[in-house]
Design a protein around this ligand. Structure first.
Ligand code: MLT
Length: 416
């Protein structure tokens, strides 16, 4: 026998969701030359970096051009001043973290894909449905599931349906789960988990010795002070949760790439090789360090300098301006489309809006209709899981004029 490929790839869709959409959009463009397209699909940022960040990256690049200030590989977990500044960000929420609990990476997508690899293959995984496709696909590709059934759901995964009946907030897993993915503010629904619901998950995880992967990449978009921005605002979460976050949306780093993952020293999981049956404090943090130092050489030093500047008072002011800009887009979309009678959710503490497809049409057909009738690109809810069928996601990360034009085009041209 020769080299064998990983056949678990045959279980997932041939293309990643946003690659499929990009392909459909370019086909439309070829068929309709000269027609302007309004992109509210992938959550890709459009506004420029803050000047504080730009200047810091220019200076960092200049330091690399001089032998006296040149540096090579950076610190293993990320530069200490950056990790310290990130830890300081949590103190305003009453959360104490140490710099050694923070790992700097090249974005939350990478870490949310890789974090499962330090946990065994026999773990039962629970995901919200709909969910960011990376959570499901990486577990399928790693061999933790069976194949997808006709409904697109994978054998062996626990799905936590999120719909209008539960305000798009996941409920506790229906059977025992070991690894639980949560994302709040949610991609794709734009719903934000309440302190109470998050508390129920933390209690569940502690009772069942489960670990929660909490994706907080959109936390900067929460304006309601009662909503948790970090899972560590919930008592006991350090024993059961890993948190992922990113500069992508708060600072416009989707192309620059920078994120971080918190692995608390107190985190506990089952260790079959240990006499006590459980990991000791710091052990999982050490596993992630081992994983990262083996597979990754750290985020670019120029980018880390930009991130550090982004966390200064001036950098955070620029970030808040960016966030407000996108949230104004969200308001424009929400209010504009609500006038047409479309049912819109999310978009108040999150940069995504979740819309019921009119007339119950399936979400990929609605994608085609929206593109053909209005030239607006969105994301079909079914791309995020079975419970996303009948829904459609719109992103608030567009240019202002294009966002307004998209809303006007839907109002004028969509045949409801
Ligand atoms: C999305 O559109 O869901 C996001 O842009 C995906 C991502 O951040 O990777």
């Amino acid at each position: 026998m020769g080299a064998q490929i990983n056949t678990d790839y045959s279980k997932v869709q041939q293309n990643y969701l946003f690659s499929t959409i990009a392909k459909k959009v370019s086909e439309f463009q070829v068929a309709n030359p000269g027609k302007e397209i309004f992109r509210l699909g992938i959550g890709d940022t459009t506004q420029p970096l803050g000047q504080t960040v730009v200047k810091a990256m220019q200076d960092a690049a200049a330091r690399l051009g001089d032998v006296k200030t040149y540096t090579g590989y950076g610190a293993e977990q990320g530069n200490l001043p950056l990790r310290q500044a990130l830890a300081n960000q949590y103190t305003s929420r009453g959360v104490e973290l140490t710099a050694d609990e923070i790992f700097v990476g090249d974005g939350a997508k990478t870490d949310s894909a890789n974090i499962q690899s330090i946990f065994g293959l026999d773990n039962i995984v629970a995901v919200s449905d709909p969910a960011y496709p990376v959570y499901v696909d990486t577990n399928v590709i790693s061999g933790r599931t069976g194949s997808a059934g006709k409904d697109g759901r994978f054998d062996g995964l626990i799905y936590m349906p999120c719909n209008s009946d539960n305000n798009f907030m996941p409920e506790l897993p229906s059977r025992k789960a070991d690894l639980i993915y949560l994302c709040s503010p949610n991609n794709p629904t734009g719903a934000v988990m309440s302190r109470e619901r998050l508390g129920q998950f933390v209690d569940y995880a502690r009772e069942n010795k489960a670990v929660i992967f909490f994706d907080a990449a959109y936390a900067a978009f929460i304006s309601d002070p009662d909503l948790p921005k970090s899972i560590y605002e919930i008592d006991g979460a350090k024993e059961c949760a890993i948190e992922l976050n990113s500069f992508s949306k708060s600072h416009g780093f989707t192309g620059v790439r920078l994120g971080w993952t918190v692995v608390p020293q107190k985190l506990v999981a089952v260790d079959a090789l240990s006499e006590i049956g459980f990991t000791t404090p710091g052990q999982i943090n050490g596993l992630w360090k081992r994983r990262q130092t083996t597979f990754f050489n750290g985020a670019s030093n120029v980018v880390q300098a930009g991130g550090l500047a982004g966390l200064t008072e001036e950098g955070m002011k620029e970030s808040r301006e960016l966030v407000s800009f996108y949230m104004e887009n969200a308001r424009i979309i929400r209010e504009g489309l609500s006038q047409t009678g479309l049912k819109i959710y999310g978009g108040t503490d999150a940069p995504f809006l979740w819309m019921k497809t009119p007339g119950g049409v399936d979400s990929w057909s609605f994608f085609d209709r929206l593109l053909n009738e209005t030239r607006v690109v969105g994301t079909p809810g079914a791309g995020f899981g079975q419970a996303g069928e009948g829904y459609f996601r719109l992103s608030a990360f567009g240019h202002r004029d294009k966002t307004i034009a998209a809303v006007e085009s839907i109002k004028a041209n969509l045949k409801l």
